[in-house]
Design a protein around this ligand. Structure first.
Ligand code: PGA
Length: 237
């Protein structure tokens, strides 16, 4: 299975960030993209610019969230169709920051995944336990129920990213055995076709170990995707 290395820029990036994207494009070697799909999810204000900048390269563009409806009176929201129109082929949904800041439920995430399929996009569904849930011994059951509740009933591309909330932006990562255990559970639940990513403090220095774990088919990278140098360090690991 081809790996997916995805960058989530979150609420970072102005027009000048196009320079980092162009630098990444120049750094990529054919063997990098033979082994990996590369996805960059910028803020939606930059999506069309980066779509232009990506011309002639295999880098894919994605959104960070979408509304579940196609259009209408939803101030500030962006539909899956709009993302597709701007050049996205994938979209992150259910990120823990969305679940926390916007109270997104599993049902809401599922509706978004179905909207992405309607627009022909692949849904990158994020799941992961909090520190409290892990310490209470509930990590596996929490993640299983998030997956169960968030999976679309429609057919279309789905990627699932396991992102322990306590590992995001903290520099902490779970023990490699804990990542392996969770990915085994996800593989059992989702079958052999679904790409399973790990996300949370992935850096060039830990990427090789994480990406060598069985059933880890790629990474979702936040902070270290913001510069071409750091992101390329992960890709080339
Ligand atoms: P991080 O973010 O790499 O900055 O920890 C990961 C994510 O939120 O997807």
């Amino acid at each position: 299975m081809k790996r997916l290395i995805a960058g989530n820029w979150k609420m970072n990036g102005l027009r000048q960030s196009r320079a980092e994207f162009l630098l990444l494009k120049r750094k990529l070697q054919p063997q990098d993209t033979d082994l990996n799909d590369i996805l960059v999810c910028p803020p939606s204000t930059l999506l069309m610019h980066l779509t232009e900048d990506a011309q002639g390269s295999p880098i894919k563009l994605g959104g960070q969230d979408c509304h579940h409806k196609e259009s209408g009176a939803h101030t500030g929201d962006i539909s899956a169709e709009m993302l597709a129109d701007a050049g996205a082929s994938m979209c992150i949904i259910g990120h823990s920051e969305r679940r926390r800041d916007h109270g997104e439920s599993n049902e809401a995430v599922r509706a978004k995944a179905e909207a992405l399929h309607r627009a022909g996009l692949t849904a990158v569904i994020c799941v992961g336990e909090t520190r409290y849930e892990r310490e209470a011994g509930n990590a596996v059951s929490v993640v299983k129920s998030q997956v169960h509740g968030s999976m679309p009933s429609t057919t279309g591309g789905v990627v699932v990213s396991y992102e322990p909330v306590w590992a995001i932006g903290t520099g902490l990562i779970p023990a490699l055995e804990d990542i392996e255990e969770m990915h085994e559970v996800l593989r059992d639940q989702l079958g052999p076709q679904v790409r399973l990513l790990y996300g949370g403090s992935v850096k060039a220095s830990n990427a090789k170990d994480i990406l060598s774990i069985p059933d880890v088919n790629g990474a979702l990278v936040g902070g270290a995707s913001l510069t071409a140098e750091d992101f390329y360090g992960i890709i080339s690991a």
